[in-house]
Design a protein around this ligand. Structure first.
Ligand code: BG6
Length: 496
């Protein structure tokens, strides 16, 4: 079936952080893609907000340069650009001061009934002040929505403060806390795989599953985000949100319906079932790493401490590996191994469901060793679902068995390019559908558990383990899983 190209309700997109990295890398390119797919009504406007004054023309030029840098040449269609650039405007606003708000009110006031999306691609400490200013300027209508980029705060306390302040201005149904991992096609396919097929349903528990691995590996370093990252680290930047969301989607019970509360209720139960990692479990269940100079994709790269914006004696982790226990009826006894890091050998995100071995082998030793079945969801790149099974090798020589994958490659099967998660998620905001966004209680539950680790790390005061850029992280991450008699999935680097 061809994709549905339904234009959305008319909307004014107001992007705070409109000249920033996220706007150029993801938000404007995703809106451009929607425009290209005839999904933006002609009257839609995109207002980039930043502190410095500039003309619309200057903003358009800046957007063109930034978007071309981040989009593939064949995505940047000049005919669409002519139309798209006409939608772009700039507003100079001091987020914590008085200037610029009346002008924004005047611009938006021309279409009071239109959907208004206030996208806050700023530091989280500005979320509260911006929302309060929006309210004071009379800009918050029934049709308004606010989108909060992660991280929502720095810890549980700051997350609660943000949620309070934003919640005093917008109702929960107007608040969209984005986690772009949930919008990725393959992540949604995890729901399709689990709940649109009967095959895995009886196997999806501790009786048949040995363990689960979730890897989100990146080759990039901290880029231009040193100032933010050095105060965050991999646990806050990636685990508290993206990896926990993936874990929730693997572990949750079937929701009653595919609607906002059913899905989020089930994810919340998983978050609440995570066993806290205390001080004594730190050595066995956590690994923190920090990259040193090395080579990635054949190019020499500097170490974390030499990156700009990083304190020379920084103890921030750029790699985390965890062994996580989900304490409930379905999952007790099934460890979830999570790992993520920057400057690793390969950019790859995968979920691996490792099944248990067959209870008894009827085959003689000459047949070869029986590998337990494995389901691999490759989120990026080369989106695919692979089910590794044992099969008989054809031909003479007796019953020789070999592990082979049943391979569902999305590119080959659907012949439709996988679009960026933001394309889908921005559409959901306009439609007012928060199913794929974090509810307040979810974010806070994720922080409760994350804080158990942060506190345990703090009390032990151990520095992160160094690893060479371009490897798979500290060797202790390999030792952690091997102590349990398991190994990281070999296709994504089981060794240094
Ligand atoms: C962001 C993190 O949320 O996700 C970044 O802040 C990270 O540090 C990025 O690089 C990874 O996203 P993706 O979609 O490229 O895997």
């Amino acid at each position: 079936m061809p994709p549905l190209n339904r234009p959305l309700t008319p909307c004014d997109y107001v992007v705070f952080g409109g000249t920033g990295d996220l706007a150029m890398r993801k938000l404007l390119p995703s809106l451009f893609q929607r425009d290209r797919g005839e999904q933006l009504p002609p009257e839609d406007r995109i207002i980039g907000v930043s502190r410095q004054a500039m003309s619309d023309d200057r903003y358009v030029a800046m957007a063109e340069e930034g978007m071309r840098r981040h989009m593939k040449p064949d995505e940047f269609d000049p005919a669409v650009w002519d139309r798209f650039s006409g939608r772009l405007h700039h507003a100079a606003i001091d987020a914590t001061g008085e200037s610029g708000w009346p002008e924004l009110a005047e611009t938006l006031g021309a279409a009071p009934d239109r959907v208004r999306m206030f996208y806050l691609a700023t530091a989280p400490d500005l979320f509260g002040p911006i929302c309060e200013r929006l309210q004071a300027a009379g800009l918050v209508t029934e049709q308004s929505r606010v989108v909060l980029e992660k991280p929502i705060g720095h810890d549980l306390y700051s997350a609660r403060c943000i949620n309070e302040r934003v919640g005093a201005v917008f109702s929960e149904h107007q608040i969209f806390r984005i986690d772009h991992y949930v919008g990725k096609e393959t992540v949604q396919n995890l729901m399709a795989l689990r709940f649109a097929n009967v095959l895995f349903q009886p196997l999806w528990n501790s009786t048949s599953i040995d363990h689960v691995q979730i890897t989100v590996a990146e080759t990039i370093g901290v880029e231009s985000r040193g100032g933010y990252y050095d105060h965050s680290g991999a646990l806050r930047d990636m685990v508290q949100n993206h990896l926990l969301q993936l874990l929730c989607l693997v572990a949750m019970e079937p929701p009653l319906h595919l609607d906002k509360d059913s899905v989020r209720d089930e994810k919340l139960k998983v978050l609440r079932a995570l066993k806290p990692i205390g001080r004594d479990q730190v050595p066995a269940c956590t690994v923190r790493g920090q990259y040193r100079a090395g080579a990635v994709d054949g190019a020499a790269v500097r170490g974390y401490l030499e990156e700009s914006g990083i304190a020379p004696d920084s103890g921030t982790e750029t790699f985390v590996a965890l062994r996580v226990d989900v304490q409930n009826w379905r999952w007790t006894g099934v460890p979830f191994y999570l790992r993520t890091g920057k400057r690793l050998q390969q950019k790859v995100s995968e979920i691996v469901i490792q099944f248990k071995p067959v209870p008894y082998s009827i085959f003689p030793p000459t047949s070869g060793e029986l590998a337990a079945n494995r389901l691999v969801l490759r989120l990026q790149p080369d989106e695919a679902v692979r089910l590794h099974l044992m099969a008989k090798e054809p031909g003479p020589g007796g019953m020789r068995l070999r592990e082979v994958p049943l391979n569902l490659s999305f590119a080959e099967t659907f012949k439709h390019p996988v679009s960026d998660a933001y394309v889908r998620l921005l559409g959901d905001v306009v439609r007012g559908d928060p199913t794929l966004f974090m509810r307040r209680d979810e974010v806070e539950a994720a922080w409760v558990w994350t804080e158990s680790i942060l506190e345990a790390w703090q009390t032990r005061g151990e520095p992160p383990k160094p690893y060479i850029a371009g490897t798979w992280g500290p060797s202790t991450a390999i030792a952690m899983i091997e102590r349990d008699g398991r190994t990281w999935h070999e296709d994504v680097g089981g060794g240094q």
